[in-house]
Write a protein that binds this ligand. Structure first.
Ligand code: ZN
Length: 277
């Protein structure tokens, strides 16, 4: 089974439709990692496509904020994001609200695999935390037990790889100890490291299932990329071979920007789509 993995659509219908078109026939189900709405001009259309196609979707911070429920404060958003949240609130239909309202606020397992975890922001803080560095990823590897966690929220495609490797335990040895003594008395101890990998565009990468390796993976953002590449980002996960193919596709950015102008959304949010930041 192949899964189309999308995140951070942000009501950018032109981007979502382009991704669905290029991926057509190449996936069996769709997983969405949250933030269907917020920033963009077509929240209801994006919600209804996700509702129709996704077997799994988690709650994003923008989805939650658009619902105007207790537990999330719109004042925590920057002024332009806040303005977009308020616009989204005014424009969501009852059907969209009903769908967004039932999205889970916690990390979930897709039915297809218990060794995969899906979250919007992080395993530790499912709606808010930004995993932007290997050290934040390292802290998060400690709070879940699955081999692989898929996340969104940062709008930056990445693979964080946790590895447990045996290293020589040199504690207690002075620099003057001779090598023979070191060989005889040295012990191996497991040391965990996390590094950050940039997945190649349009190539299958095998996600190894060794017990000494785990992964936290972001497919990038469909509707508002922030890695200086304006094209929509998405990924396809093959559950049989455990291979991941991250990809980018150009979409009609000006169409979304014109829709945003008509909706009087902030100029800064319109401009940033041209640059991917
Ligand atoms: Zn987002």
């Amino acid at each position: 089974m192949r899964v189309l993995v999308v995140s951070d659509i942000h009501a950018n219908l032109a981007a979502l439709e382009t991704v669905l078109t290029v991926a057509r026939g190449r996936y069996d189900t769709l997983w969405c990692l949250g933030d269907i709405v917020g920033y963009g001009p077509r929240p209801n259309e994006c919600v209804s496509l996700v509702r129709e196609l996704a077997s799994v979707c988690v709650m994003g911070n923008h989805d939650w904020a658009a619902l105007a429920r207790p537990g999330i404060d719109v004042d925590d958003f920057n002024p332009h994001a806040r303005q977009a949240v308020l616009w989204t609130r005014d424009n969501l239909t009852a059907e969209s609200i009903a769908y967004l309202d039932q999205l889970p606020h916690r990390p979930i397992h897709p039915a297809a695999s218990s060794n995969l975890l899906l979250t919007h922001a992080s395993p530790r803080e499912p709606v808010y935390e930004y995993i932007l560095t290997p050290s934040i990823a390292m802290e998060n590897f400690g709070v879940f037990s699955e081999a692989i966690c898929l996340f969104g929220h940062t709008h930056k495609p990445v693979i964080y790889r946790w590895q447990l490797q045996d290293e020589l335990d040199l504690e207690g040895y002075e620099e003057s100890d001779d090598l023979a003594a070191l060989d005889e008395g040295s012990t191996l101890r497991p040391v965990a490291t996390v590094d950050s990998l940039q997945p190649p565009v349009g190539e299958w990468v095998h996600l190894h299932h060794a017990s000494n390796q785990r992964l936290i993976i972001n497919p990038g953002s469909v509707g508002q990329p922030r890695d200086n590449d304006a094209r929509a980002a998405y990924a396809i996960l093959d559950l049989e071979t455990m291979a991941w193919r991250y990809d980018r596709v150009a979409y009609p950015i000006e169409l979304t920007q014109n829709q945003m102008r008509a909706a009087q959304l902030p100029k800064r949010l319109i401009d940033r789509l041209s640059f991917g930041w």
